[in-house]
Write a new protein. Structure first.
Length: 204
């Protein structure tokens, strides 16, 4: 038949993350260029049909979508061995049917929220310059490594030397993220931006 386009099959594999409660489901297809973190069904219903459907599975506690993978955080009382196959099948068929992953307008809405956050904290003068520098360092050096583990880190605020970051995806609630935060991220920021005295994290 002329003009038929053969759809390439959806391939999917899982990767461990440093957090035993989360698993990274990696596909061979771009799902969303950016980061989308859903901690509850309410936020998912507003912005992500895929996350909404995943939350309908009784063992899904959190959904994080970025590039070509979905990181799922499970409820404590389930074992991965029981749920890994149905979850894989579910994601594979959802992506294969080319259903909507993230609704239009999500990125803009998130940017507006970040801008509001900045304004609320009222960065001016030197603080504004420091915030730009800190954010650039996190985006350039920390984010890519964290994404490899199925998570995300976002700058939240800077106040009197203390940088607050938001941990999402597999990093949220991960036992080793505190160590990474203190030994790696805090050390780097203190070296590069002497005004930084401490880095603290909020779970996204």
């Amino acid at each position: 038949m002329e003009g038929t386009i053969t759809k390439s099959p959806i391939l999917l594999y899982t990767e461990q993350t440093p957090n035993p409660e989360t698993l990274k489901f990696v596909t061979n297809k771009m799902l969303y260029k950016g980061t989308a973190d859903f901690k509850d069904v309410e936020s998912a219903e507003k912005w992500s049909p895929l996350a909404t459907e995943l939350f309908s599975l009784p063992y899904v506690k959190g959904v994080y979508i970025c590039n070509n993978f979905v990181t799922i955080t499970k409820e404590f009382n389930y074992e991965w061995e029981e749920i890994i196959l149905p979850t894989k099948e579910f994601i594979k068929s959802y992506v294969g049917e080319e259903k909507t992953i993230i609704n239009e307008g999500f990125e803009e809405a998130m940017k507006t929220e970040v801008a509001k956050n900045y304004e609320a904290n009222g960065y001016t003068g030197q603080d504004a310059e420091l915030v730009i520098k800190i954010k650039e360092l996190i985006d350039t050096y920390v984010k890519p490594a964290v994404e490899m583990d199925g998570g995300n880190i976002e700058f939240k605020s800077f106040d009197s030397g203390v940088v607050t970051v938001m941990l999402q995806g597999s990093c949220s609630g991960c036992p080793s993220s505190t160590v990474t935060l203190k030994s790696g991220i805090e050390g780097m920021l203190k070296r590069m931006v002497p005004e930084v005295t401490e880095v603290v994290a909020e779970m996204g």
